[in-house]
Ligand binder design. Structure first.
Ligand SMILES: *Cc1c(COP(=O)(O)O)cnc(C)c1O
Length: 371
């Protein structure tokens, strides 16, 4: 079964095999693994340990987002979030639940957030400390120009937190050139093609020092994770880590480098996206985004306006042919979504398009032709 969902993604067998062992996370034989993955993701982020520290956290991307918001935003502080879609909405809720005062910047569901509009909104409200930006909006599939948005925030004298969960490793990032960014959030199980259960924030060291003691949570305090690493070493973890997931992640990073790193991964995902996007149009379906806005991570396709359409029926039919797609709607108008990321080759994507065509034909829908 191949997963065509935007995380957790299909993984290679060698990644899963590394999780089939017992590990003692505090053992001297295991600690170098933690040191190694921390250093290597700094490289993926385009920075090094003179400016940034890797703060790993047990759990999912939301946990790391919560930790970043708690650590870097003053308690009860005001932040601005461009409302780009379903994942920006999640950041808005997360921030409100921890007591942030959240202002939103409206962004059309099929548009990119505008750096000039962000700058103007920040200048109009000097009480806002941070802009929180989603790099790849997994709801719509649009890639937002985070470097340009972060520069706009910096011109207004503000700090930035980046949700790069569905972008990291596939889209370019040069954190060295973005000193206004306090933290970048990502997980092991999206474009880096590891297993779920391990999240990261790459944090700005100067800010981690300034922000000590404000998280209001020991579990979600990135500044405490940083201090712990300084005291006990970069191979240490404060609480029981997902050791198997870390071991699998190290193998995933080996495979990432062997493939050619970020440019190669972006090229493969872009090719997958193109096959899917064109394949859906050939089946008579309408992608949600115009081609110029379509990012390489996830494609939404308008649900066919046909009496025989049922999302669950479609999902079940595609699954019986070897592929899993999402079984919920994430957009304002109903659309089904298909991920382009993970250990999926262009040949797999061609097979997936055929499976979707055969399913639609079986359902008796539209111009869809049996494959
Ligand atoms: C996947 C994702 C997250 C985090 O999801 P979790 O289920 O908490 O791991 C956050 N932001 C974006 C943009 C994502 O794609």
């Amino acid at each position: 079964m191949k997963l065509l969902i935007p995380g957790p993604v299909s993984t290679q067998a060698a990644v899963r095999a590394a999780a089939a062992l017992d590990y003692a996370p505090w053992d001297n034989d295991f600690r170098p693994l933690n040191v190694d993955i921390r250093a290597r993701v700094l490289g993926v982020a385009g920075t090094d340990d003179t400016m940034h520290a890797t703060l790993p956290l047990q759990g999912c991307g939301h946990f790391a987002m919560e930790a970043a918001l708690r650590t870097f935003v003053p308690h009860g502080g005001r932040i601005l979030i461009p409302a780009t879609g379903a994942y920006a909405d999640r950041a808005i809720r997360l921030a409100r639940e921890i007591g942030c005062d959240v202002a939103t910047l409206p962004v059309g569901e099929t548009e990119r957030a505008d750096p000039a509009a962000l700058e103007a909104a920040l200048l109009a409200d000097p009480t806002i400390s941070h802009a929180v930006l989603v790099y790849s909006e997994t709801g719509s599939g649009i890639i937002h120009d985070v470097p340009a948005l972060a520069q706009a925030a910096a011109r207004a004298g503000r700090r930035v937190i980046v949700d790069a969960v569905s972008a990291f490793g596939a889209l370019p990032l040069s954190l060295r050139d973005l000193p206004m960014v306090d933290g970048v959030v990502f997980t092991a199980n999206k474009c880096l093609e590891g297993l779920p259960g391990l999240a990261f924030v790459i944090g700005h060291i100067g800010r981690l020092v300034e922000c000590q003691g404000r998280a209001g949570s020991w579990s979600f305090d990135l500044a405490d994770i940083y201090q712990h690493a300084l005291r006990v070493g970069w191979g240490s973890f404060r609480f029981t880590p997902p050791a198997q997931v870390m071991a699998a992640f190290q193998v995933a990073l080996d495979l990432y480098q062997a493939e050619g790193g970020q440019p190669a991964r972006l090229a493969r995902y872009t090719e997958n996206m193109g096959i899917l996007y064109d394949g859906m149009r050939a089946l008579g379906l309408r992608p949600y985004l115009p081609e110029a806005m379509q990012g390489p991570i996830v494609v939404n396709i308008h649900a066919p306006e046909h009496a025989a359409w049922s999302l669950q029926g479609f999902v079940d039919g595609v699954k019986s042919r070897g592929f899993v797609v999402s079984n919920f709607y994430n957009t304002k108008q109903p659309s089904f979504r298909v991920g382009c990321i993970g250990a999926i080759s262009p040949a797999d994507m061609r097979d997936a398009v055929a499976a979707m065509g055969a399913t639609l034909a079986e359902m008796g829908i539209g111009q869809a032709k049996a494959a």
